[in-house]
Design a protein around this ligand. Sequence first.
Ligand code: ADP
Ligand code: MG
Length: 613
Amino acid sequence: MSQNIISLLPDSVANQIAAGEVVQRPSSAVKELLENSIDAGAHKIQLIVKDAGKSLIQVIDDGKGMSEVDTRMAFERHATSKIRTAEDIFRIRTMGFRGEALASIAAVAQVEIRTRQEGVDLGNELRIEGTRVTHTGFCQTPVGTNLSVRNLFFNIPARRNFLKSNQVELKHIIDEFERVALANPEVEMTLVHNQNELFHLLPGNLKQRIIGILGRKYSERIVPVEESTEVVSLKGFVMKPEFARKTRGEQFFFVNDRYIKNPYLHHAVTDAFEDLVAPDQHPGYILFLDIDPSRIDVNIHPTKTEIKFEDEKAIYAILRSSIKHALGQFNIRPTIDFESDTNSQAPPIRPGQAIRLPGIEVDPNYNPFSSESKSIPKGEPSQKSTWNIPSKPSPKGWESMFTSPERETSIPEPETGLFSHPDQDEEPPTPVQLDRTYILYPHEQGILVIHQNRAHQRVLFEAYLKSLRSQAAASQQLLFPVNLEFSANDYSMLESCMDDLRSLGFDIESFGQNSVILHGIPVHMNEPEIPSALEQIIEELKNSANDIGRSRMEAIAATLARASAIKVGTILDTQEMLHLVVQWNRCTEPGYSPGGKPVSYLLSLQEIAKRLN
Ligand code: ADP
Ligand code: MG
């Protein structure tokens, strides 16, 4: 006899499964709720979160509200007011239309809603917990909707445990908030996290909104882009090439005001910036494409950040040429030339970047390892690299030795010091500098070639780590305190590592509205390096947010070491080289830079003998 084993899943289970697609983390709920408020025609939206959305996500809007029946209906799966027929999908202009968000959120959290429509005296109140309605009634509430989501994933511990640190989850929330805020500059928007107001964005135009989000300094950094064709209307801004960043941060595409990701269109933008930004840097852009909804397919992904276009190639070409045009119009293209530096190992010198000239330090506390002193750009023909001792002739043929294949493999053993370090009794060997990059140090087994920048990074890295662990670092007071402003997102990153920064010797305090004030800095650093060092720390924290391999302290120490180490291209005198070699030799792990690159190479006597045979 045959047996029937198939049954329909109960709604609560089906909703939980569906929820997995829509609500992956607090920021997904934030996105859905903000978009609902936009769809409801709100002029003002407040987002309130606690513990990065893990305990509370609340959205209060002044939109059109819901009727009593709709309040209940809104939480049913596939319940939407935005489409009625399948064809409607091809005309969609609203953010939502699948009718899944509220049902999904309610399946995995405790939700409370209060909502009232214009012209109705009493509002409606509903509480729902893991799909179960626990309360309905009337209430007094302003026109609009006030919806709270508490204890997300309270009924799915596995998912809750899977959430990342508050810092990471908050960053995702800020990202979503920024996307909605950029697409809707005419809507007043606030974001409050654990009682702190992170954003208060007043209604305005797109430029004002960008500045409100990214910071005032962006007003000088952005160039407008505008183009209108049959296929697409384009508007927005691109960042001037000199403000390209090492990490992809400020890259926003919106199609019909919906934030999307599209590698193909991204390529069109980077192509327009070709030659204008260094290969490891990413141009910034905030671009809005308006396209007939029937010529796109937004329905291919439940969270809808991916999109397909019918006229992809045409859009690519229009995008690329409009950006080139915009950059050209603002006279940006001719002023920058990276080509001149391509053969040099030094990072490209960019316009406006301070170039440090050789100088004599008279400071009695002079620290030979502050990189301020003598960095000059490499690659000038008149000073092309040679041994740094003019009296000795350059040995012919030495270059080939340094390119021999063994170079990578024979890194000196890192365990003990590489050599007995010079002391008073013994006259230390004289190091020489090669190509403003390497220190050549005579060694009993040959010649040690030491990468000056990596060796110094190693020295500083271990010193910074020590300060971080002991929480006692030397700080130098600044004559004039420095005030630095950040975007809200960057500021929240910085704030999260303020204590670590203090342990490193930063005398740093919050100074209201996403800014900090610095009264002192670590002794190894120079004041001009500070803004970029802090930016690099923020970038590093963003990138390492998901990376558990390396501790946060190590990431900060490595970033600071990189920012303040002697650069390639800096001329060092014998004393400075000796000092560096001695300090480096004392490191616990001298073999590798904090970034994992080899620091030194031993050209052995045997090798030399073999070559000169
Ligand atoms: P969708 O947005 O795809 O329609 P949702 O589950 O997000 O699906 O919302 C269901 C319905 O609830 C919406 O279609 C809308 O009618 C109503 N709704 C949700 N949020 C709000 C709000 N903030 N103000 C007014 N109506 C809302
Ligand atoms: Mg929705």
